[in-house]
Each structure stands twice: as structure tokens, then as C-alpha cells.
Design a protein around this ligand. Structure first.
Ligand SMILES: [Zn+2]
Length: 235
């Protein structure tokens, strides 16, 4: 994916996002006719800051949305940019949904706190209740809770880097889904072996096999944790 590009006027501390829409024409009514008015935001920005010190900026890494949602047009996002030698933090906001995004440089930096891995506790329990409802010997809630607890214990010991990413959340930019791999299933089954009857183990195995697809309840939820570390402008 192409990296976001910006131009920055160091005199005014104004930032312009360079996009392919820069040269898209604007439409307006002049009298009774709809008229195409050529627009060139990039050129307009440069003209406005004529004689000023203008530097290009390029995004480094991904955009981080504070509320974690890319689908919310109003959410504030941060991204690291560079002018070639310095790393700077850019803040993306929108005053209203009718206005374009605006960008400003802000003191601070993005701290990557790594990825946390969790399981879909609630969804697994719900699905297990539904699944075992149809079997001759339904699993009681207590057993379901025990299974979920064992699964959670197994996941605690897995390094996020060892998990194969199998999908991305459409609602949250920082969330991806991890595949429940065969070696993890074996670890889980070993743990279950000391807590469940052989017959129950067979049922558990069947449940796992039918719910381990990337979009299913046994997929891991991997959340990228980023933090905006604000520091005073003077430092
Ligand atoms: Zn300027």
C-alpha cells in the first residue's frame, strides 16, 4: 500500500495531505449551469505558503485510531511521519462529517506495546451451549466454563508471534484474528484429558474441529496495543 504523503509548512506549522483527490475538480452552480471548477489543493497550499519553508512528510508505519474504529468517520487517529531525518507525530481529526480530514503535528510519539492475544470467551460459551444442546448428554455450564478456563490457560502461554494471522476485523483497525493451530489444539486436549471423561473428550474434539475456522468462535482475537505518549511542546 502506498504510504500517506504530506507537505508541511514549518513557518505556519500547517500540514496538507497529498492525495489523488487533490486534482479532482469541484462542482458548483454558476447561475443556472452546473460548472466544473478545476481545483488543485496541493498547488493552492504551496501558493498560500509561498516563500515559507515547506518540507515533504511521509507516513511511517500504520495509522492508529484512538477509539480503535476505522468505521467511525469522526475518530481521532495518529500516525508517525518523517521528513527524512526527524520522526514526528501527526494527529488526524475531523470537525464534522461534512468537512475533510485535517492534520496537525503534535508533540509526542506512538509507543507500540505489542499484541495481546485473547479468546472469545462469551462467544465460545454461547456456541458450546448451543452445540451440546443437541447431543444426548448435554454439557453443563460448569463443564463449559472449565473448558474455557483451560483454553484461556493454554493461550496465556503462546507468544503472539507464533500465531498465524488469518483475518482482520472490519470494525477495528487494531484487531486481527489468529488461527487455532494443530499444536495448540493438542496442548488444549492434553489439559482437558485430566479433567474430562473419554466420551466428553471426543465431544470436545468434535466441537473444536467444527469451530476452528478463522471466522469462527475458536479463533484468537489479537489486539495491537499502541499508546500515544504526549510530551510537552518545549521538550
Ligand atoms: Zn506557511
Amino acid at each position: 500500500m502506498a504510504k500517506d504523503k504530506f507537505i508541511w509548512c514549518r513557518n505556519c506549522n500547517a500540514v496538507h495531505h497529498v492525495t489523488s483527490c487533490d486534482k479532482a475538480p469541484l462542482y458548483g452552480y454558476t447561475g443556472r449551469e452546473l460548472e466544473e471548477m478545476p481545483a488543485d489543493d496541493w498547488r493552492a497550499f504551496v501558493k498560500r505558503h509561498e516563500g515559507h519553508r515547506i518540507e515533504p512528510l511521509e507516513a511511517v508505519g500504520e495509522k492508529y485510531f484512538c477509539q480503535g474504529s476505522i468505521s467511525d468517520p469522526m475518530s481521532v487517529a495518529y500516525m508517525e511521519v518523517t521528513n527524512g531525518h526527524d520522526h514526528l507525530l501527526l494527529r488526524q481529526t475531523r470537525k464534522s462529517i461534512y468537512e475533510p480530514l485535517s492534520f496537525e503535528l503534535t508533540p509526542g510519539r506512538l509507543i507500540d506495546q505489542g499484541v495481546t492475544v485473547c479468546i472469545q470467551d462469551g462467544e465460545i460459551k454461547k456456541e458450546m451451549r448451543y452445540h451440546f444442546n443437541w447431543s444426548a448428554e448435554p454439557f453443563e455450564d460448569q463443564k463449559i466454563d472449565l473448558f474455557v478456563q483451560l483454553f484461556r490457560d493454554v493461550v496465556t502461554g503462546i507468544e503472539p508471534e507464533a500465531i498465524e494471522v488469518a483475518g482482520f476485523s472490519s470494525e477495528d483497525d487494531n484487531v486481527s484474528f489468529g488461527l487455532l493451530q494443530a499444536d495448540v489444539i493438542e496442548l488444549l486436549m492434553n489439559k482437558c484429558a485430566s479433567c474430562f471423561q473419554p466420551r466428553e473428550l471426543e465431544d470436545i474434539r468434535r466441537f473444536i474441529d467444527s469451530h476452528r475456522e478463522p471466522c469462527d468462535v475458536l479463533a484468537f482475537v489479537m489486539r495491537r496495543q499502541l499508546k500515544v505518549e504526549q510530551c510537552a511542546a518545549s521538550t
